[in-house]
Design a protein around this ligand. Structure first.
Ligand SMILES: [Cu+2]
Length: 178
């Protein structure tokens, strides 16, 4: 019964958060701020989406999954330098968002990976993305697509070309898992 009462409490908390906090997710307790995706070259099979996730509650939450109609598969990835080489891996347990804190997904770090792109991502257009949180549930957002060279972090270098290179060096499926 403890689980049920927790659920009820969550429902109350959720209802108390103004809808304006979340783009497109009227009942979410996670704010998705400044989402953007990087445009892709013709024929690219992967893309990346970045954003800041702000947790407005006193409970830690977790981004556990994502989906989009423009990709056959969407994963939560981390990019890190391992022995001088930039590598990315899937965060199979999701991405933690601390209570009252925020996590920024940006080039060279965390990102939402679009795998098996069904269409080219063109700058100036948008793509739909649904994020699934352990507690906040589903949040659907519209993600603006920015030019290939765009970077909000102020440091370029990790373009889609690099990701494509990774792909040819073994493929996404053989990527090292956590
Ligand atoms: Cu990735």
């Amino acid at each position: 019964m403890r689980f049920l009462s927790k659920l009820a409490m969550l429902a109350i908390l959720t209802a108390a958060v103004p809808a304006a906090f979340a783009q497109g997710g009227g009942t979410s307790t996670i704010a998705v701020e400044q989402p953007w995706a990087r445009a892709t070259p013709a024929g690219a099979m992967t893309g990346a989406v970045y954003m800041t996730l702000a947790n407005k509650t006193k409970d830690a939450d977790r981004l556990t999954a994502a989906s989009s109609t423009v990709a056959s598969k969407v994963q939560i990835h981390e990019m890190a330098v391992v022995k001088g080489i930039m590598k990315m891996r899937q965060l199979v347990n999701g991405l933690a968002i601390p209570a009252g804190g925020s996590v920024t997904l940006k080039p060279g770090g965390y990102h939402v990976m679009l795998i098996g792109l069904k269409k080219q991502l063109i700058a100036g257009q948008t793509l739909p993305l649904t994020l699934t949180f352990a507690k906040a549930g589903n949040v659907s957002i519209t993600v603006p697509i920015q030019a290939i060279g765009a970077t909000h972090a102020g440091k370029g270098g990790m373009g889609m070309g690099g990701m494509q290179g990774k792909k040819s060096g073994g493929g996404m499926d053989s990527m090292e898992m956590k």
